[in-house]
Design a protein around this ligand. Structure first.
Ligand code: KG4
Ligand code: ZN
Length: 331
């Protein structure tokens, strides 16, 4: 079955065609990032208007790149939440109109589930239970995946999401938006031991995260100083190291204590090279297979929505015309 997946939860308009949940035939992404830069973060109205302007071109491009037409599509999957309500509604309205006019089913998809299952694309034989780690601009969550659509939340951030902390630290350092890639680039020239940043102790049995303290520590560290490029690089490297260490430690100890041998990592921050290296290293040391989707599928995209939509469809899920945005949808 060919599934068209549509993603419009934040600033990326994504559409992808995926065959049987497993083979990505196309993955088109247009981003309104450039228009948000001068505001230092995503402006919901700008994101929504952009989705409206480009969604039909993005969908057409994804069909063309896949070498198919709308007649070949058997299912439309669309991000239902979490995300910006106006932005989500553009994708959902488009998906429902397509489904209705083509007479094919539509499935609403949880964006966080899609970030986790994106690691399963091309691995149809992966066995549950698996540990899922979502590290994105809006979420930092550790979840036990017991099957398709079966999740147990073990821990999450109590304040800023990890990506949000990267973005805010980059803003403090004047490195621009989005902060994740900017911090990663600046950190290449910095000393990760220059500034001591430690995540707060959350309790022995807790898998929760906290990043706002580290961000505030950065703010106090730079306050009143004239920031040189070298200092920025040192702070970026120190913050990146501390933030990565915090998630690596929790993810590995969750796998060990629950007896889980595979960890899937998804969300925008999983594009980070140090995070990939450190998790892979810690996984190898502790006998845990660490699975990352290709970097392109780590960031917001329509293919992951198509693939997760297919898995849910196979489990019997159908969303009627009453499908609507759920901005605060949890795992
Ligand atoms: O998953 P995503 O594209 O959107 C959400 O669902 O939130 O994640 C976006 C987040 C942003 O905070 C961005 O700064 C971060 O992912 N990010 C990175 C990197 N690339 C994107 N963080 C660290 N290193 C990166 N290379
Ligand atoms: Zn995302």
């Amino acid at each position: 079955m060919l599934v068209l997946g549509i993603e419009t939860s934040c600033d990326e308009t994504g559409a992808g065609v995926v065959k049987d949940g497993n083979e990505v035939l196309s993955d088109t992404v247009a981003s309104s990032l450039e228009f948000h830069k001068r505001y230092g973060g995503v402006v919901p109205e700008i994101a929504t208007r952009y989705h409206l302007e480009v969604i039909d071109y993005v969908v057409k491009d994804s069909l063309k790149s896949a070498g198919v037409t709308l007649k070949d599509i058997g299912l439309v999957a669309v991000t239902q939440g979490p995300g910006l309500v106006g932005a989500l509604l553009v994708g959902i309205s488009f998906a429902k109109s397509l489904g209705y006019s083509l007479g094919i089913p539509v499935v609403g998809v949880n964006h966080l589930w899609a970030h986790i299952y994106s690691g399963l694309i091309g691995r149809p034989k992966a066995k549950f239970p698996l540990m899922g780690l979502v590290v994105s601009g809006g979420h930092t969550s550790l979840v036990l995946c017991e099957g398709i659509g079966k999740f147990k939340l073990l821990g999450q951030t109590r304040d800023d999401a990890i990506g949000e902390a990267f973005d805010k630290v980059a803003k403090i350092l004047g490195l621009g938006y989005p902060g994740g890639p900017a911090i990663e680039k600046a950190a290449l020239r910095g000393d990760p031991e220059a500034v001591r940043l430690t995540p707060p102790y959350m309790g022995d049995d807790s898998y929760d995260f906290s990043f706002s303290g580290m961000k505030t520590a950065v703010l106090y560290h730079v306050k009143g100083r004239k920031l040189t490029a070298g200092m920025k690089a040192d702070v970026a490297a120190s913050f990146q190291k501390a933030a990565v260490a915090a998630v690596v430690e929790k993810a590995v100890s969750a796998c060990a204590s629950k007896g889980i041998g595979s960890l899937i990592v998804g969300g925008g921050v999983s594009a980070n090279k140090l995070l990939r290296e450190e998790l892979t290293r810690a996984g190898a040391k502790n006998g845990i297979e660490v699975i990352f989707p290709p970097v392109r599928l780590s960031l917001d995209n329509g293919a992951m929505i198509a693939s997760t939509g297919y898995l849910l469809y196979k489990k019997g899920k159908r969303s009627g015309l009453a499908l609507t945005a759920e901005p605060n949808l949890g795992i």
